[in-house]
Every structure is written in C-alpha cells, then in structure tokens.
Design a protein around this ligand. Structure first.
Ligand SMILES: Cc1ncc(COP(=O)(O)O)c(C=O)c1O
Length: 432
C-alpha cells in the first residue's frame, strides 16, 4: 500500500504525546477513510428524512437506500440487490433471522454450531434450539490445521440436520474457513441451511456470496472501514418463504419487511463511500497476483479477471482491490510471524504460514499477563487488545483463562512493516 492509501485515513496520522499511534486492533474495529467520514456529515447536512414522503429529502433518502443495497450487492458478490437486508449490527441481524429460521424447526431436528465462532453466531442458535427441543452439535477446531474438524462435521450431518452456522474467518485465530466445502457437504442433504458469519472476513477476503452458495451471510460495516451498519445477504427464496418478526403496519415487501424500524441512513451513505473507497484502491497501484499464497477460496473462488460471473465494473474492481489487499496482508503476515519466531514465551494460536489465514494473530504468553502487556503497549501508542473476544468455543476447547484470554494483534491493509518493527521492539523491552 502506498502513502496515499494511509493518508486517506485521518486516524492513521494521529499523534499522541507527539508520537504516531499504531492501530493493531482492526478485528475490533477498523479506522475510516475521510470519504466515509464526510458521507456521514453530508447526509445529515443535506437533510435527514424518513422514507415515503414526497419531499426532496425523502426521495434522496430512498435513492440512498437503493444505492446502499447495490453497493452491498457488489461488495458481497450477490446477484440481486433485493437479497440485501440492513440492520443495526451483525449480532442483532443473526438474532433476528434466528427467530424466523427456527420457526421451521421441530423437536428431533438437529443443528450445528462451531467452536471457532464468535458467540454472535452461536448464542442465537442455542437459544432458538432450546426453545424448540432441537439438538445442537458443536464442531471442534482441528489443532493441527486450525480449521474446523471436517471429519467431525461429516459424522454429525444427517437427514435431521436443519442448519450449519459457521464463521468465514475466525476473529481469534485468523483461520479462513473453507465455506464452499462445507456448503457442498450440506448440499448432500435436502434441508440444511448454511449461515455464515463473515464479519471478520470482510476486510480481508473478497466475499462472493453467489459462488459460496451459502444461504445467509452477515457482515458488519465498522470492521471494514465503513461505520456501524449490519448487512445480511440471503438467498432470495428465504426472504420470500420465511416469516419475519415485524410490526404489523410495516412493509410486507422483501427486503423491507426484514428491516426493523427506521434504518441508519447516514451509515448507509458511509457504507457506499466505503465500497467506493475499496474499489478505488487499484486505481492507484498496479495489481499483481501473488501466486504463492493465493488460494481458491481466499480469492472468492475464481480467477481474477475470469468472465464466468460477468462482474459489473465495480464488482471487478473490488475483486482486483482484494487481490491487492491480500498480497499486502500476506507480506505483513510473513513479516509478523518472522518477528514473532524470535520472541520467547509467546505461543501463536493459529496457522504459522499465510495459507488459509488473515493477519489476525492471537498469542498466549507464558505468564498469561495479557492485560499488563496490552496496557504497556497502549502507553507506547500501540493499540491491540486482549481477552476472549466472545469466542467462547475457543476459550473452552483450548482451556484458556477466560479473563486474560489471548493477546490479539489484528492488522489491516493500511498497516505497515515499520509498525510491526515498532511493535516487536516494544514487546522485546516489555517481556525481557
Ligand atoms: C467474527 C465476529 N462475528 C460477529 C461479531 C459481532 O458483530 P457486531 O458487533 O456487528 O454485532 C464480531 C464482533 O467482534 C466478530 O468479530
């Protein structure tokens, strides 16, 4: 990434006590480019309005919603903008859809959740299963590969299975899950829906909903340079067939009938700006594909530039932009892990190569002093995070201390090698 990319993010130029600030907590929330920040102000400056009135501001807001849906459609690689549903955040969208999906279940049915997930994609399903007497199976993590244990998954699938809820990327180990493979396993049975939490994937992986062929996929704008806005895509048939929980007078039309209350229009304006920021990334720099580390499902499953999906211009630019992001992030990952190998007393939870991983690095330190180290780094203007990050399944399977959990460093495309150097110099001083 060149300096121009970083310069678009005002927070990256922030000084605290005269020194630059380093953001290594991207998985907790990314920084926003100026165009995204401006979009919030521009929407509210032009005039706020609700939908459905003849005023010019209302019409502009209606147009904005249409454009935001199209932006999400391009970003998430789906065919129909009408399959996009907005909400407050990922957690509330998953809970919202879990109520409707569970209306199809009956006692004796089974569902599958995983130990790799953030609990936003576990608790809603556990609650719904409990309410209707449905059996829940949890797929463990394979400690060799840090993938889900696919053999356990294969054993649990049967004609009673109704749902598989999986992560696309783990917010703790950085594992990129082979979603397409799991969908294929599910398709061997008639009635399994696959629900994908792509919140941690969205800043790193070009999501291609159509290609993945899952039933539902959810993201959250503040993790990928937009503001706080939950975005879900579903196969159109589910939005038609399932019954939403809604207030009676609200629209019967999909996708509006799925959107609870008045939506966050200024966040939608920011979301459009974010997708346009992402597509503009390749306008500055030439794209070369890192063949050594590009894997099929990481790049959305098809060759960059292939015509099989006939992507619109923005879709194609987004594909290229993510190839560019992936190349840069893989370089950062290699460098991070190289530096980490020199550090004594730190155990990395996750793949030690760039294969099937994104730059989310969780460490368990020998003395478990994650809080102390995290605070010392914060004093030195290096912002990371520690704890369980709601990934309760990982905490349980690895028997981690719930309080101190892991010390997590999560990088995004705007981070640099120089920042990694500063981090490891500081870690060296703190730990030795
Ligand atoms: C993987 C993952 N899923 C879901 C969530 C919840 O997202 P939200 O904060 O939008 O509800 C998070 C938040 O950290 C996450 O990392």
């Amino acid at each position: 990434m060149n300096a121009n990319t970083r310069n678009q993010f005002p927070a990256l130029n922030r000084l605290r006590q005269g020194k630059p600030v380093i953001y290594f907590d991207g998985a907790g929330g990314s920084q926003a480019p100026q165009t995204v920040i401006n979009a919030y102000a521009d929407y509210l400056t032009q005039g706020n309005a609700n939908l459905g009135s003849p005023s010019a501001t209302s019409r502009l807001t209606e147009q904005l919603v249409v454009e935001a849906r199209q932006a999400a459609c391009d970003f998430l690689g789906c065919q129909l903008a009408q399959s996009v549903v907005f909400g407050a955040n990922a957690t509330s969208l998953i809970f919202h859809f879990s109520y409707s999906i569970a209306k199809q279940w009956q006692a004796g049915d089974e569902i599958i959740v995983t130990a790799l997930d953030h609990y936003a994609n576990v608790s809603p399903w556990l609650n719904a299963a409990l309410a209707c007497g449905v059996t829940v199976h949890t797929i463990p993590i394979d400690r060799e590969t840090w993938q889900l244990d696919y053999s356990v998954l294969a054993n649990k699938l049967n004609a009673n299975t109704r749902l598989i809820a999986i992560p696309y990327v783990s917010n703790v180990t950085g594992t990129v899950v082979d979603v397409q493979h799991i969908v294929q396993m599910a398709r061997a049975f008639a009635h399994i829906q696959v629900f994908v939490d792509a919140v941690a994937a969205a800043p790193h992986v070009k999501i291609n909903f159509q290609y993945l062929d899952c039933d539902f996929l959810v993201t959250s704008g503040y993790k990928h340079f937009a503001g706080h806005l939950g975005v879900l895509v579903a196969k159109p048939k589910w939005l038609q067939l399932l019954l939403p929980n809604k207030v009676a007078p609200a629209s019967e039309q999909s996708p509006n009938c799925w959107e609870m209350g008045t939506q966050n229009f200024e966040a939608m304006a920011a979301y459009i700006a974010c997708i346009n920021y992402l597509q503009s990334l390749i306008e500055d720099e030439p794209v070369t594909i890192d063949l050594a580390s590009s894997s099929d499902f990481y790049s959305g499953g098809h060759d960059i530039g292939s015509q099989d999906m006939l992507p619109a211009d923005r879709k194609q630019k987004l594909e290229n932009a993510f190839t560019h992001i992936q190349n840069h992030e893989n370089e950062l990952s290699r460098y991070f892990m190289q530096q980490l190998a020199e550090l004594r007393g730190a155990n990395l939870l996750g793949q030690k190569t760039t294969e099937q991983r994104v730059p989310i690095f969780s460490l368990v330190l020998a003395n478990n002093d994650h809080a102390k180290v995290c605070c010392a780094l914060a004093q030195a203007n290096i912002y990371c995070a520690y704890g369980h990050f709601y990934a309760q399944g990982i905490v349980e399977q690895l028997a981690l201390a719930n309080e101190s959990g892991v010390l997590r460093f999560s990088l995004l495309h705007y981070n640099t090698r120089d920042e990694i150097d500063v981090l490891f110099n500081e870690l060296d001083m703190i730990l030795n």
